[in-house]
Design a protein around this ligand. Structure first.
Ligand code: C2E
Ligand code: MG
Ligand code: MG
Ligand code: MG
Length: 292
């Protein structure tokens, strides 16, 4: 009766669990192979100052140039390797590729800060700062202060002290931090208070809907107020339209990224894009003299 049903249920669960594990192992194997065969590539999305018209940096976003499936976004493969050692290998590939890119751009007189997304699990490795030191030593022509790391608020609060320590060690290298998707984590405010991050990236869900939803707009204003009170920088992500850019300027949020400004693009397209970009006069920014 009940016992047998329970046992069957357990076996069913077990079989599913095995299947999940097998699928996961297969994807880990494929990602491993793709890394060896250099199928990963970084795209870059410009981060701009809407008011001054300056392009202040770029966020590196990983893509998998899959031989059969085409260009894959991170959602298609990152979750499968989360927490696995391979995630760290891939994270190091991302950091060193971004450092290489900063050197290349800087040799072309394009000085862009580059933001790299880093998994919480990676940042929590005991030797993170030491590994970052050697990656940076391998790229000596990267100007000081040009690398930023973006982290999600997924770390348990009890482990924050260790993360704070790592961040302070990285700061010694001139590396700054941004709290990514700010406002969606389970404990944003405690993170804000305890983590020495320079920048808050306001999650795109609040930005996207702020035009029609007064509550989302209030959240954006709240985060901007917090950033100011804590002397942090705020960056809006997901500025999809001209109307978003206009409202961000009205709210006093000058720094933004989003499809309304530029989609993530291959590194080679960045110099030309940066040379051509101008803020739209219709955004109604108060006229300022360009200071770049
Ligand atoms: P994220 O760091 O919050 O990056 C923003 C995501 O929103 C990117 O998606 C970007 O392409 C997309 N986006 C930018 N502007 C707009 C917009 O105006 N509208 C909409 N709807 N979307 C916009 P992507 O590239 O698919 O990356 C998704 C997430 O994957 C990233 O979120 C980040 O958490 C993670 N990720 C990306 N690259 C890396 C990486 O190299 N390492 C790690 N660990 N995570 C990465
Ligand atoms: Mg990010
Ligand atoms: Mg984000
Ligand atoms: Mg995100």
């Amino acid at each position: 009766g009940a016992k047998l049903a329970g046992k069957n249920r357990y076996q069913l669960f077990d079989a599913e669990h095995d299947r999940t594990l097998r699928v996961k192992n297969e994807s880990i194997g494929r990602v491993h192979q793709a890394l060896a065969q250099q199928e990963f590539v970084l795209y870059y999305q410009p981060k701009v100052n809407l008011r001054t018209g300056k392009v202040v940096g770029a966020e590196a976003l990983i893509r998998w140039q899959h031989p059969e499936r085409g260009l894959l976004a991170p959602a298609a493969f990152l979750a499968d390797i989360e927490g696995h050692a391979l995630g760290i290998a891939l994270g190091e590939w991302v950091i060193s590729t971004a450092l290489q890119q900063i050197e290349t751009w800087s040799a072309q007189a394009l000085n862009l800060a580059v933001s790299v997304n880093i998994a919480a699990h990676h940042l929590q490795q005991a030797n993170f700062a030491k590994r970052l030191t050697s990656l940076m030593a391998a790229h000596p022509r990267v100007p000081h202060g040009q690398l930023e790391l973006e982290v999600l608020e997924t770390t348990a609060l009890e482990e924050l002290d260790a993360v704070v320590q790592v961040m302070l060690e990285c700061a010694q290298l001139g590396v700054s931090f941004a709290l990514d998707d700010f406002g969606t984590g389970y404990s944003s405010l405690a993170y804000l208070k305890r983590l020495p991050a320079h920048t808050l990236k306001i999650d795109q869900c609040f930005i996207r809907d702020m035009l029609d939803d007064p509550e989302d707009r209030a959240i954006v204003e709240g985060v901007l107020g917090l950033a100011k009170a804590f002397s942090r920088q705020a960056v809006a992500e997901g500025a999809e339209t001209q109307a978003h850019c206009k409202m961000l300027l009205q709210l006093g949020c000058d720094l933004a990224q989003g499809y309304g400004i530029a989609r993530p693009m291959p590194a080679e397209q960045m110099p030309q894009w940066c040379a051509n970009w101008r803020p739209d006069p219709a955004w109604g920014r108060t006229s300022v003299t360009r200071c770049d």
